[in-house]
Design a protein around this ligand. Structure first.
Ligand code: DAT
Ligand code: MG
Length: 138
């Protein structure tokens, strides 16, 4: 069976709200494997690398501020088609309209601080996964 890896983050809102365990339970129930896991307080340099594709967008600075507002849990996650599969578990970017049954749909909503507080990150391609795992698990 072909196995791939992805980077998952439980973002500062997920950690602060005590949802790390609930989110990990969904990941483990799906059958994916935790390869490595750590609590991280990323600095701006790390986040500039991670979110390079969004530099210059209107939400970029608020996004970096949010991601520096507290610790995140970084997870190296493995499984067959885990990149696509975790993004399916996470739901679409905007937590208000993310489908019920997904992490963002069940636990997230728009708190008046735009869609950035959407609980989790998951790499969106094999290239992104390799790049992002290198940043967070250097
Ligand atoms: P995703 O996290 O679903 O891959 P993305 O890569 O397009 O979404 O954006 C990265 C993060 O930036 C996203 O999780 C939340 C924030 N973001 C995206 N679009 C936004 C917008 N229009 N307004 C505010 N924040 C946004
Ligand atoms: Mg993305």
């Amino acid at each position: 069976m072909a196995t791939e890896e992805t980077l998952v983050l439980v973002k500062p809102d997920g950690v602060a709200r005590g949802l790390t365990g609930a989110i990990l339970a969904r990941i483990e129930s799906k059958g994916y494997s935790l390869v490595d896991l750590k609590l991280v307080e990323p600095d701006r340099d790390l986040l500039e690398q991670h979110y390079a594709e969004h530099a210059g967008k209107p939400f970029y600075e608020p996004l970096l501020d949010f991601m520096m507002s507290g610790p995140s849990v970084a997870i190296r996650l493995a499984g067959n088609r885990v990149i696509e599969g975790f993004r399916s578990l996470a739901g679409t970017t905007d937590p208000t309209t993310a489908a019920p049954g997904t992490i963002r749909g069940d636990f997230g909503r728009d708190w008046g601080l735009a869609v950035q507080q959407n609980l989790v990150h998951g790499s969106d391609s094999t290239e992104s996964a390799q790049r992002e795992l290198g940043i967070w698990f250097a």
